[in-house]
Design a protein around this ligand. Structure first.
Ligand code: OSB
Ligand code: MG
Length: 368
């Protein structure tokens, strides 16, 4: 498989509602769409890095630079037969997992289309639909949060995640728990606490949460171990797990009891599957996180979530939860049982709408 040419599109899409986390509030979402051409077949990938380095150090522009100047030149016009060969070509680039994941996704999509198989099928997925929930950003007030949660519950979501930060944690979470005593509920701090300040979260331990996601810094595996020791509620790591090695170390160190797998954050599907397999051998449940992806990344997340170890509801919501207009022909809908169907078409199983891409593209670059 020789990729002859790649188009990079820097996209900026309007969110239907602002999304606020402990690292900031956004009204628009940036990403890079990759379009690779190989023997008349077109493959797509999405790089999940956002405009600002709030969630991770990668941004749309660092990813653009790494893709344009290093990753794409290392694979262009090379005859690459399989994914291990692809990984070999890009191994000299250190770090930048989201940039790598975007390019790897193009290969997986092309591979699937060449073999006329869905990604679910190639990866060994077993579920036809995936249990999903919704991730709610920090709202104006706890009261508003309860209203927003109620709105999503009435749409059919059966699991809710709320974003927390210092000063907006116990009150917000308790308000939702009081209103919905039986709800599957979890919180995500996006690294807003330290070993010292995380003790203020102890009241969460009485709220019957599924998990507490990433309370401390991404490079703080050991302190997560200290926190997990004092909480009954499972700690789940997101930002800290950027490779199978980190996953193994976190599990061995008992820094978490659950892992959030995002293909983008861990450098692509290959590593996501490796982490999934590893976690299974340790009996550690995993679930698929989200990054407010377009339909391209959402299809990718659904495909990987079809693997059997993904036993907790994913942060993959219906298209209408994020965007008025997406860039894929297909949109994703919530089934009444709080699931979303895994795509079944070849590769990612989606078609990109070129006109929609044009409307949201800030910059386009062809590399050949
Ligand atoms: O920490 O899980 C996160 C969105 C952007 C960046 C980080 C996170 C999130 C979410 C949204 O929680 C999940 C989704 O795509 O619905
Ligand atoms: Mg998270």
């Amino acid at each position: 498989m020789k990729i002859e040419r790649i188009n990079l599109y820097h996209l900026r899409m309007d969110l239907r509602n602002p999304f606020e986390t402990s690292f900031g509030r956004i009204h628009t979402r940036d990403c890079i769409l990759l379009e690779g051409f190989c023997d008349g077949i077109v493959g797509y990938g999405e790089c999940a890095a956002d405009r600002d380095p709030g969630y991770s150090y990668e941004t749309s522009l660092t990813a653009w630079h790494i893709l344009r100047d290093f990753l794409i030149p290392s694979i262009l016009n090379e005859d690459i037969q399989n994914i291990p060969e692809f990984l070999n070509h890009i191994q000299s680039v250190r770090g930048h997992p989201m940039a790598k994941a975007g390019l790897e996704m193009v290969y997986w999509d092309l591979l699937g289309k060449t073999e006329n198989r869905s990604l679910k099928d190639i990866l060994g997925g077993t579920y036809e639909k995936v249990q999903v929930g919704v991730s709610i950003g920090i709202q104006e007030s706890p009261k508003q949060l309860v209203e927003t949660a109620n709105e999503y519950l009435s749409q059919g979501y059966s699991r809710i995640k709320i974003k927390i930060k210092p000063g907006r944690d116990i009150g917000d979470t308790s308000a939702v728990r009081e209103e919905f005593p039986q709800l599957m509920l979890q919180v995500d701090a996006n690294s807003a606490y330290t070993l010292e300040t995380a003790e203020s979260l102890l009241p969460l331990d009485n709220l019957n949460l599924l998990l507490i996601e990433q309370p401390l810094s991404e490079d703080d595996l050991w302190d997560h171990h200290q926190i997990q020791k004092i909480f009954k509620t499972p700690i789940c790591l997101d930002e800290s797990i950027t490779s199978p090695r980190h996953a193994r170390q976190a599990i061995e160190m008992e820094a978490c009891k659950i892992i959030n797998i995002k293909p983008g954050r861990v450098g692509g599907f290959s590593q996501a599957v490796e982490i999934h397999n590893l976690a299974r051998t340790f009996d550690i449940p995993v679930w698929c996180g989200g990054m407010l992806e377009t339909g391209v990344g959402r299809a990718a997340n659904l495909s990987v979530s079809s693997l059997p170890g993904f036993t907790l509801p994913a942060d993959i919501s219906a298209t209408e939860r994020y965007y008025e207009e997406d860039i894929t022909e297909q949109s994703f809908h919530l089934n009444p049982d709080s699931t979303i169907d895994v795509p079944t078409g070849p590769g990612l199983g989606i078609d990109v709408d070129p006109e929609a891409v044009k409307r949201v593209a800030l910059e386009v670059l062809t590399i050949r």
